[in-house]
Design a binder for this molecule. Structure first.
Ligand code: ADP
Length: 360
């Protein structure tokens, strides 16, 4: 196929040879290219004009579509911007469609829930701490000011210092309870369970409590289990729980009374109980004593020092161990607080390095 120019016109010519009755002929056909060229140049012109318009249209369409798709995200962002530390209880709307946006919204709501809990527990702790500590601190301050008003005998100073020491011990214990309860309100932290040798724990408790109980003229005894069993629990938590129960038994049992710490194996569990022959708790108060700040109203005499937080904390510790702290009591007939822990089946006590501290 060849292309020729005749004057200004371009012609495309196709030549081929044919044989007719032994004679050879050359056949040529030609086509003027003007129309094709005009068509091509008009197509090129149109493309040059249309392509930018098409690109513009596609970009605009894409932008509109993405805006439409991201509209719920923008709405979520606007809602999220409205949430501050003052309205942390607000939750983001969750779209009905079960897509990534509703997933995102649910995740953000769960995060808000956790932040809200943490904020509330910090606020409660600050509120409770300032409320609970204001009075004892004011009392201690007055006591110090009175003591410093004039020179005193050594014995008098000793007595004042003893009272101040008792005050600081009480405040420390109160602060510890407040902190533990604030932690209880916050995100659930894992309990680090280990095997606790019961005999060692009982010995420590006996050592800590024999002298204070004796000072209060209370007959205190620890009833140990047979053998050397181990229970599964958080050593510090269990020590704290026992310390709360024994502190209460010592506070609410008049002199001459009895306090028993008993450990009894019951199948795969060990029941630990603190019995006393104290003032007892009326049936209607037995549920409420586990509430924060609840103290049974006293008519006879002044109530011993306390914050009403001990049993709430003890109950929380028991729950963390998957057990329940229960009370059986009768007004004037003593009380028995008990809970149970799982027994560790095999290991021996000496194989485990345990740190147990009797706090509180
Ligand atoms: P606190 O002893 O600081 O007041 P708790 O939470 O430990 O706080 O106890 C709540 C209340 O339950 C006490 O104020 C007391 O009235 C009652 N209670 C607790 N333990 C005993 C007990 N062993 N005997 C009689 N009453 C008790």
């Amino acid at each position: 196929m060849d292309e020729f120019q005749i004057d200004d016109d371009h012609v495309r010519v196709l030549s081929y040879a044919v044989k007719v009755r032994g004679k050879g002929y050359a056949v040529q056909t030609g086509l003027a290219l003007e129309r094709s060229k005009a068509l091509l140049s008009s197509y090129r012109r149109n493309m040059l004009l249309l392509a930018p318009a098409m690109i513009l249209l596609a970009a605009l369409g894409g932008h509109l579509m993405s805006r439409r798709a991201l509209k719920p995200v923008a709405a979520l962002a606007a809602e999220a911007r409205r949430i501050t530390e003052r309205n942390l209880e607000t939750r983001l709307p969750v779209p009905v469609a079960n897509d990534e946006i509703s997933d995102l919204s649910c995740t953000l709501n769960q995060m808000l829930e956790r932040i809200d809990k943490a904020f509330t527990s910090v606020r409660t702790l600050t509120g409770n701490a300032s409320h609970e500590l204001r009075t004892p601190i004011a009392l201690m301050r007055t006591e110090i000011e009175v003591a410093l008003y004039r020179p005193r005998a050594t014995e008098e100073y000793r007595a004042i210092l003893n009272r101040l020491h008792e005050g600081t011990v009480r405040m420390t214990s109160l602060l510890e309870s407040l902190l533990s309860l604030a932690r209880a309100d916050g995100a659930a932290e894992a309990v680090s369970i280990s095997a606790i040798p019961v005999l060692r724990l009982m010995n420590q408790v006996e050592q800590t409590w024999t002298s204070p109980m004796m000072k209060l003229a209370l007959d205190f005894r620890v009833v140990r289990p047979d053998g050397d069993p181990m229970v599964l629990g958080e050593p510090q938590g269990i020590a704290r729980l026992l310390s709360i129960l024994l502190d209460n038994a010592s506070k609410y049992t008049p002199p001459g009374g009895m306090v028993r710490l008993r450990t009894i194996i019951d199948g795969p569990r060990m029941v630990i109980s603190v019995n006393d022959t104290g003032i007892g708790i009326a049936p209607e108060d037995q549920v409420r004593v586990f509430d924060r700040y609840y103290r049974v109203p006293r008519v006879d005499s002044e109530a011993p020092a306390g914050s009403g937080l001990g049993l709430a904390l003890a109950k929380w510790i028991a729950e963390r161990h998957g057990t329940e702290l229960t009370v059986t009591s009768a007004l004037g007939g003593g009380s028995c607080f008990s809970f149970s822990l799982r027994l560790q089946p095999s290991e021996r006590a000496e194989d485990l390095q345990l740190t147990m501290s009797m706090s509180g």
